[in-house]
Ligand binder design. Structure first.
Ligand code: HEC
Length: 157
């Protein structure tokens, strides 16, 4: 008798535990982050922090090619920063749409990868054509997404 009471109590407890699990797990799952990624900087900030300084450095290395290993490594690293910051354009809150925005961000990744490769090979000619591709990638995106296609350069005052 006592034994069966205990087991009934135990069963009741398990039913409760199961019910709580069923009720709380989906709520917990909804609250949990979808991934480890948490984006903070907006598109403009990504430009200010990464894209503009890195692309400036790559453009400079193209017009005035490095003369030593250290300089080429620095140029390659800036091209890698540019490539990876273009990847960041395709993550989280920065994504404007799932079509051209992604294509144009990816185009900048690819152009920056060409520049990284050229710098790795210390190939000034290849770096020059890579920076042409970078310029095209910047302008293509600005034409569609940056205030009515204003050309590159300082914003109007
Ligand atoms: C995928 C799209 C995209 C690409 C690629 C891109 N930009 Fe931009 N860029 C934008 C948008 C959108 C803004 C406006 C951001 C804002 O004001 O919120 C912007 C703003 C800027 C600004 C800020 C000041 C201004 O004139 O409005 C500069 C400078 C700039 N971009 C330069 C570049 C350069 C250089 C590259 C290439 C190395 C580049 N961008 C690549 C989308 C892009």
């Amino acid at each position: 008798m006592r034994r069966s009471l205990t087991s009934r109590a135990a069963r009741t407890l398990w039913v409760r535990v199961a019910a709580i699990a069923v009720l709380t797990v989906p709520v917990a799952a909804q609250r949990a982050p979808q991934s480890g990624v948490r984006t903070l900087a907006n598109v403009l900030q990504l430009h200010e922090l990464l894209i503009s300084p890195a692309s400036d450095a790559v453009f400079n290395a193209s017009t005035d090619p490095p003369t030593d290993d250290k300089g080429w490594t620095a140029a390659r690293n800036q091209a890698l920063i540019l490539a990876e910051s273009s990847n960041l354009l395709m993550v989280g809150s920065r994504v404007r749409d799932n079509a051209n925005w992604m294509k144009m961000s990816r185009a900048l990744v690819d152009a920056a990868a060409l520049a990284a490769d050229a710098a790795e090979k210390k190939d000034a000619m290849a770096l020059e054509s890579a920076t042409d591709a970078i310029t095209v990638a910047c302008m293509d995106c600005h034409r569609q997404y940056r205030d009515g296609g204003r050309q590159m350069g300082a914003p109007p005052r």
